[in-house]
Design a protein around this ligand. Structure first.
Ligand SMILES: NC(=O)c1ccc[n+]([C@@H]2O[C@H](COP(=O)([O-])OP(=O)(O)OC[C@H]3O[C@@H](n4cnc5c(N)ncnc54)[C@H](OP(=O)(O)O)[C@@H]3O)[C@@H](O)[C@H]2O)c1
Length: 384
């Protein structure tokens, strides 16, 4: 169904004032929004935004920012995951309960200006929800991933690089091996239903307060502890990542108005950055006495240190992966993506981590265990 029909349905629904349990918040002139990332003085008409997901990591940041900008927000989840923060905001959200696997009844009625699909990595889920909503929403933003690409054999890859392909396109196996191919097919399903009103966002590693994977969080935690820190390979290795708040806030701005249909790599910073600059930036932000010992890729591998899971946000920049942490972000920047300073991300991530329970902090999901770090640093010194 084309844009005209979707626009007509939206206008009619607005005129009838129908919006579930939320009253209209009316037009707004946006006041300041904390967390940064918003051009000052920006104002927009209140929009109705449906988030498929909303309660784990990027969702809460989207919810907060959208409500702060005066939008009306519905979220669709199974009702199992409790948002990690911003609890008061969720009292102001319409909560539709169902299951993308087999129960979309709660999505059968209602009209929205925009849908943001955070929670799908299975193409059928996008096909079903985007198909169901195509006549009742103007725009559909699908959260894909940099993982959707077939390879990273070039530096500065733009959005038209070849995508991963699955041997079995019907697979719903939730494994890392099929993740990229499934994300690529999810993108296609969103585009089939929404055409030029589909917005595909391919984030790189998402970092910052609320990250349930503890990946980038490892660096502020470790650097804050101080002392000799094992660092991967070389300070000149490339790095990219994006603060969840920069990403989430930009997504809300993208869906506020028409004209942003298309596909965007979404990572940062704006200019190429090195691992050395990142670790040193975190060190300065946290006023830490940490020093960095750069251990070669070969030595790490021989001593059981794994890229990404131990050395988080790092992989060897070579061969088919040379461009993994060096993709082009110019399209996203042209469409309004902004970046807060690394120092804010470092401080806020550590502050958030320190609010978690002692039990949770005792069991980080990623990063280099202290004993392994000490062992390999000692071996590296004696090999020198
Ligand atoms: N983390 C990264 O570095 C990274 C990088 C690139 C791309 N991405 C993509 O970014 C997105 C991240 O999403 P997020 O977790 O932060 O999103 P979110 O919107 O904060 O949370 C997703 C929510 O979806 C709900 N959900 C899960 N299964 C569901 C089902 N079967 N039916 C209905 N709802 C369901 C869960 O709530 P309930 O449990 O209550 O249902 C969950 O809280 C993903 O698409 C991921 O592939 C992540």
């Amino acid at each position: 169904m084309g844009q005209t029909r979707r626009h007509f349905v939206k206008t009619s629904a607005k005129a009838s004032g129908a919006f579930g349990i939320l009253g209209s918040l009316g037009p707004i002139a946006c006041g300041p929004v904390d967390g940064g990332g918003k051009p000052s003085g920006y104002s927009s008409e209140s929009k109705r935004i449906l988030i498929l997901g909303g309660t784990r990591f990027i969702g809460p940041h989207q919810v907060k920012y959208a409500l702060d900008r005066g939008h009306e927000v519905s979220i669709f989840t199974r009702g199992r995951t409790r948002p990690p923060f911003y609890h008061d905001y969720f009292d102001r959200v319409e909560h539709l309960v169902g299951d993308r696997n087999n129960d979309l009844t709660a999505l059968e009625n209602g009209e929205w200006d925009a849908v943001i699909d955070n929670s799908a990595s299975i193409p059928r889920w996008v096909r079903e929800s985007a198909g169901l909503l195509a006549n009742r929403a103007d725009r559909y933003l699908y959260v894909s991933s940099i993982s959707a690409y077939a390879t990273y054999s070039e530096v500065g890859m733009t959005e038209n690089a070849p995508l991963a392909q699955l041997e079995d396109p019907t697979t719903e196996d939730d494994t890392g091996a099929t993740y990229g191919g499934r994300k690529a097919l999810c993108e296609q399903a969103a585009q089939e239903a929404f055409g030029e009103d589909a917005i595909i966002v391919r984030p790189g590693l998402i970092v910052g307060p609320g990250d349930n994977t503890d990946r980038w969080t490892y660096w502020p935690i470790r650097i804050d502890q101080g002392g000799e820190v094992l660092a991967p390979n070389s300070p000149s290795d490339p790095v990219q990542n994006i603060d969840a708040r920069d990403l989430s806030e930009w997504m809300i701005r993208l869906v506020e108005e028409p004209g942003h249909g298309g596909t965007y790599n979404a990572t940062g910073p704006a200019q190429p950055a090195t691992f050395g600059e990142m670790l040193e930036g975190v060190r300065i932000a946290l006023d830490s006495d940490a020093t960095f010992t750069w251990v070669s890729t070969k030595f790490m591998s021989e001593h059981g240190i794994r890229p990404w899971s131990h050395m988080t946000n790092w992989r060897p920049a070579e061969g088919q992966e040379i461009g993994l942490l060096q993709v082009s972000v110019s399209a996203a920047i042209q469409h309004g993506l902004t970046f807060r300073p690394l120092s804010d991300t470092a401080r806020d991530t550590l502050a958030w981590w320190n609010t978690l329970s002692e039990e949770r902090r005792a069991e980080p999901q990623a990063g280099l265990p202290a004993e392994l770090e000490a062992q390999v640093l000692a071996a590296w010194r004696s090999s020198a």
